[in-house]
Design a protein around this ligand. Structure first.
Ligand code: PMP
Length: 392
């Protein structure tokens, strides 16, 4: 029996970009310690008070089917949060709770793209994007951004591909680059969306991790609330990756359709998880600042280490838990550099090429290990790059 084309072509052929990561895991399994700077997950776990609330909710009986759109309480809490952060009037009717941001990305595209519709996204991209777009039978079209623009997308580059497209997916703060889109960038993107009648899907799962500048939600820009679907998540803001709790914010009629979709796919998110998410969100910003603090600290450490050398250049690290490092001075591709670093020093990083073509000659470093080990690994990485650059 044959599986569907949709499922068999989900990965699009070729390498999935995880070769270095897989090789590192193999080395670890064979007993060689590896410093892993690959994965976008906190080195802390979900805080005890959130887990206690989850336990309380479960013991109180919130273990049956929960309301498919999300509990009214969590939808209200999320709506209030979005409204207070963006100034855009937002109510429960604009919110659907999803099992994490990933399923929200899938549902958002299912809601606006018909099979064969062109769905635009930007390179470098979060690894799952093209597969998510193929998963809804859209036709993914990738638009490159440029290292010389610090990976801020150019509206003119998007406009050149926007005619006839249905949607544009953006992500700020950005994984993998750590770049936060400026107001000018977002205004340019908004204008392209309006001019070409595009839906904008705005992945804002890193909105609490901003080190420089400010996070602007494009839904707040003039004319955008009716054509923007915002994807949010508890994963990064509250170290709740395993709880699988996120949301989509959008116009009421689209949210109604999304609820139909959820009825026929996920059937909602467990009530005790939603109760814990509402509890976490109502603890205020101090909790979010605390969860983000290790990355803020390590970014400062990295800036200090990188300032003392010139073989490796840092793409402005304005947000999210990653550093994008330009290693072109070594004359190597990101992939060759990552493989050589793994072999020589047992340090695993992601090649820029794992995220598309625009970040070729770069590597992505996740700031997800303890400060001392992180600083040591970064010093080793820089010394290694300096040696290669001299020889290049
Ligand atoms: N978007 C981006 C840019 C991400 O990096 C991730 C997770 N690494 C997600 C969405 C999905 O996160 P989750 O499903 O845990 O909310």
């Amino acid at each position: 029996m044959k599986a569907s084309q949709r499922i068999t072509t989900l990965l699009g052929g070729g390498s999935d970009g995880w070769d270095v990561f897989n090789r590192a895991r193999e080395m670890i399994a064979n007993g060689t310690p590896v410093t892993e700077l690959t994965i976008g997950e906190h080195d802390i776990r979900t805080a005890a008070p959130i887990l206690q609330d989850m336990h309380r909710a479960a013991m109180a009986g919130h273990t049956g089917y929960a309301a498919v759109p999300g509990t009214t309480h969590l939808r209200d809490v999320v709506a209030a949060r979005v409204q207070s952060r963006t100034g855009v009037p937002t109510s429960r009717a604009n919110v659907m709770i999803t099992p994490g941001g990933q399923s929200a990305l899938f549902a958002a595209h299912a809601a606006v793209c018909d099979p064969g519709d062109t769905a635009l996204y930007l390179d470098p991209f979060y690894a799952t994007y093209p597969g998510t777009l193929r998963g809804v039978s859209a036709n993914p079209l990738c638009i490159r951004t440029r290292p010389e623009d610090a990976f801020q997308p150019r509206a003119s580059d998007i406009a050149a591909h926007a005619k006839g497209a249905k949607s544009l997916l953006i992500n700020s703060p950005n994984n993998p680059t750590g770049v936060v889109y400026s107001r000018a960038t977002l205004e340019g993107i908004a204008q392209v969306c309006i001019d070409n009648d595009l839906w904008l899907i705005s992945d804002e799962v890193y909105d609490t991790q901003v080190w420089e500048g400010a996070h602007i939600s494009p839904r707040a820009l003039p004319g955008m609330a009716d054509r923007t679907l915002v994807v949010g998540s508890m994963s990064k803001s509250h170290a709740m990756t395993g709880s699988r709790c996120g949301w989509i914010i959008g116009p009421e009629d689209i949210v109604d359709h999304l609820i139909n979709l959820a009825t026929h796919t996920t059937y909602g998110v467990p009530g005790f998880i939603q109760d814990a998410a509402a509890f976490a969100l109502t603890q205020g910003e101090a909790v979010e600042t605390e969860v983000a603090a290790p990355f803020r600290r390590r970014r400062a450490l990295a800036k200090k280490v990188l300032a003392a050398q010139n073989a490796v250049a840092l793409v402005p690290a304005q947000g999210a838990m990653y550093l994008m490092l330009d290693v072109r001075s070594t004359g190597m591709t990101g992939e060759a550099f990552a493989n050589a670093l793994l072999d020589a020093h047992h340090i695993a990083v992601m090649p820029g090429e794992s995220f598309g073509q625009s970040a070729a000659g770069h590597i992505r470093v996740a700031m997800t290990i303890e400060d001392g080990a992180f600083e040591t690994a970064l010093r080793t990485l820089c010394a290694f790059a300096e040696g290669l650059a001299k020889a290049a």
